[in-house]
Write a protein that binds this ligand. Structure first.
Ligand code: NAG
Ligand code: NAG
Ligand code: NAG
Ligand code: NAG
Ligand code: NAG
Ligand code: NAG
Length: 674
């Protein structure tokens, strides 16, 4: 009876095989050849039998009537796309068809093929299975093509990543184009996170995290129990995540390399009570702001940005006066809202008064140094000065007693709560583009429109003494009446930025008070050059008749003139108040044609066309009577013959309107009356 026994066993085995083989190796058709799907919203997607996954067209949030061919979690309110066809978004009315030849074809409404995957003649049908895998099946119901072997940025339980395969992050949270980060299971078995510069690919990749599993036979596995690990085919050589409490049947799982470069495992409880929201199980790397640190390349957040970990998520910030390159893709970097320091002679950064530093504690752009100053005297203030006096310096980091100067563009920027450095970011105080445009306007041939008397006269070396007097006239005018030329007509620089100099410094600046520019009623004016970078030429007035005015008055004087910023006024740069020495330091201008101008002002006065002087000054134009009085006083103040100039007391009285202002004579014999 042995033979009959054998026959029984044989048939039992055969039966088992027949039962087992189809279940292990073949899949069910869910959609038959010839079916088509359109991107019209009325057309429902193809669902998996368990209805947990959908295959079809997803409308893009930011692009009007454009769709992505995709697979997504069907039961989760927050759209969660786990696979998408790497093609440009398709317009409404596009169609997906499985052709008679078994090909999967995506075409636009005009019939142009936008994307296709070959099934071959053997391809019989398609299957959207319960694990989220969409397949083309052959006659034996074996997969010919499947989305699990052409992953985009996500893997799902029961999916594997083989050597040579990648996950590529999307461009931004809602934009599905290729982004800047890639998870690559290398042919050597190492699983590596890379920054990539599309579209050059390989050559410009920089690694920022790796498992180090060079087994030569690795596979990244996401198993049904929610474990993610690298196996060498035998052992689990690297465990990325472990399942945490709770049965996996109770959770949806996915792992994705996100647009911010972090590879995260997510899960979401299936029970409706918790709102079906994703939570992060684990992330790689833990702190991407610090993890990406490459000699070249732009770091986690792009150039000129600051990466900050907020609630375990990297957030990309721009320094003040910088803005995002792309407001809807914030990790692409920041650009300055102002012209960069140019190191040109007239660059804004050479005008130290226009420069400001914003301070960022615990912030650094670690690899962008071009200079370092170390010493016990290098405090925060000194560091600022070092950067201020270096036109190449865009940022300085002060840490302890060192000052690191940084070059542009800034990369790998991050805030490190444990870091000790303070970043000092150089920015202009005012809109320098506007200043530049104004100066252009001022320089063009119709300069008459913007120039007030004062600025030009100050530029003169011949009339410098006169001009100083006028400065004081104006100052006193401000002191008593700051309405006509009120702050609104004064430029937006409101803060005083005048410096106190020692007598020795000014003595040195003038080479021992050698070059006299002029002599006035109150003292002598000398030409000097400050030991700053860039060199700053100044006119230094040594006050001789100021003693009796006393300390307080001098200080008030300095502060009033110091706060008087007007584009047409030469600025007070500093002063010296040391013992019996009282000096005022002004900007020095060589030129701006002062006699072309005194003529002009006087002519304007004579022809009663003073409005030309204050073309852009609404306040002044509204009170022409007051303006005329001011100009008359000013012309009195700049009389070449010093004996004709009024006393200070008289000036204030005239300005206040207490005494009448008589018609001033021509200020100089060089002046014509026409
Ligand atoms: C993965 O990315 C690397 C580098 O960009 C590339 O060389 C390789 O061909 C990619 N592999 C696949 C399967 O796309
Ligand atoms: C990974 O986890 C599995 C299951 O807990 C364990 O058997 C294996 O030893 C772990 N491998 C490593 C490298 O820790
Ligand atoms: C900005 O990013 C969005 C995606 O978030 C993209 O659609 C758009 O083209 C980008 N703009 C520019 C100017 O690159
Ligand atoms: C900050 O300073 C402390 C003490 O000087 C030092 O121990 C620590 O390493 C510094 N941290 C960094 C990130 O440099
Ligand atoms: C710089 O930023 C500050 C704060 O956002 C702003 O008040 C200021 O106007 C900006 N300056 C320029 C020149 O844009
Ligand atoms: C600066 O001024 C220019 C010209 O008026 C203007 O186009 C620009 O938007 C301004 N920039 C800022 C940051 O306000």
């Amino acid at each position: 009876m042995a033979s009959s026994n054998f026959g029984f066993l044989q048939s039992l085995l055969l039966l088992l095989l027949l039962l087992l083989i189809p279940r292990v190796f073949s899949y069910d058709c869910t959609h038959n050849k010839g079916l088509s799907l359109s991107s019209n919203e009325a057309d429902p997607p193809w669902l998996s039998p368990n209805k947990e996954f959908a295959f079809g067209f997803q409308k893009l949030p930011n692009e009007e009537n454009h769709f992505l061919l995709a697979i997504w979690f069907n039961n989760i309110p927050e759209t969660t796309i786990v696979w998408f066809a790497r093609a440009d978004p398709v317009p409404q009315g596009s169609t997906l068809k499985q052709t008679d030849e078994g090909k999967l074809e995506l075409s636009d409404p005009q019939g142009k093929i936008l994307w296709e995957r070959a099934g071959g003649a053997k391809s019989m049908c398609a299957s959207m299975d319960d694990s989220g895998n969409f397949m083309l099946l052959d006659g034996d119901k074996n997969p010919i093509w499947q989305t699990f072997t052409e992953p985009t940025d996500t893997i799902l339980p029961s999916q594997t990543l083989n050597m040579g395969e990648n996950l590529t992050a999307r461009y931004s949270r809602e934009s599905y184009g290729d982004g800047r980060f890639q998870l690559h299971l290398q042919p050597d078995g190492n699983l590596v996170l890379y920054t990539v510069t599309m579209p050059t690919g390989d050559g410009s990749r920089r690694a920022y995290w790796a498992t180090g599993t060079m087994t030569g036979n690795s596979q990244l596995v996401f198993n049904e129990n929610g474990y993610i690990y690298v196996t060498d085919g035998n052992l689990w050589v690297y465990n990325l995540t472990k399942n945490t409490a709770g049965s996996n049947q109770d959770f949806y799982h996915m792992a994705r390399i996100d647009y911010d470069g972090v590879f995260r495992q997510y899960r979401c409880e299936k029970s409706k009570t918790c709102g079906l929201k994703w939570s992060v199980v684990k992330r790689f790397p833990e702190d991407i702001c610090s993890a990406i640190l490459t000699e070249v390349g732009r770091g986690a957040c792009g150039y000129n940005s600051i990466c900050v970990e907020v609630n375990e998520e990297p957030e990309c910030l721009c320094p003040e006066n910088y803005s995002y390159l792309n407001e809807s893709a914030k990790n692409l970097g920041c650009r300055p809202n102002f012209e960069l320091p140019s190191c040109r002679l007239n660059g804004w950064e050479s005008n130290l008064d226009l420069v400001e530093f914003n301070e960022y504690p615990s912030t650094n752009w670690p690899l962008d140094d071009y200079d370092l100053q170390i010493g016990s005297g290098v405090d925060l203030f000194t560091c600022k000065q070092l950067c201020l006096n270096d036109c190449f310096c865009t940022v300085a980091i002060h840490n302890g007693n060192s000052c690191w100067k940084k070059k542009y563009p800034l990369s790998n920027g991050r805030r490190d709560p444990n870091g000790n450095g303070t970043a000092l970011v150089k920015v202009p105080k005012v809109n320098v583009t506007q200043l530049y445009l104004e100066s252009l306007r001022q320089n063009n041939k119709d300069q008459s429109t913007t120039v007030l008397i004062v600025s030009v006269l100050l530029g003169s070396s011949v009339f410098i003494n006169i001009v100083m007097t006028l400065g004081i006239c104006i100052a006193i005018y401000f002191w008593y009446n700051n309405r006509l030329l009120s702050i609104s007509s004064v430029s937006s620089v409101a803060s005083t930025n005048i410096r106190s100099y020692t007598y020795k410094e000014l003595e040195k600046a003038t080479g021992g008070f050698k070059q006299i520019l002029g002599k006035g009623a109150f003292g002598t004016v000398y030409k000097g050059v400050l030991a700053s970078y860039p060199k700053k030429f100044v006119a230094i007035k040594k006050l001789e008749k100021f003693e009796q005015e006393g300390e307080k008055e001098f200080k008030t004087e300095v502060s009033v003139i110091g706060q008087t910023h007007h584009k047409n006024l030469v600025r007070l740069v500093g002063f010296c108040d040391e013992g019996e020495h009282r000096l005022l330091v002004y900007e020095y201008m060589t030129n701006d044609q002062e006699e072309a101008l005194m003529d002009w002002v006087y002519a304007c006065y004579c022809k009663k066309t003073l409005d030309k002087l204050v073309e852009n000054d609404e306040d002044a134009r509204n009170d022409m009577k007051k303006l005329e009085r001011l100009v008359m006083v000013a012309i009195w103040c700049i009389q070449e013959d010093a004996s004709l100039r009024p006393s200070m007391k008289k000036v204030t009285q005239m300005l206040e309107g207490v005494v009448d202002v008589s018609v001033p004579p021509r200020p100089s014999i060089y002046c014509s009356t026409t």
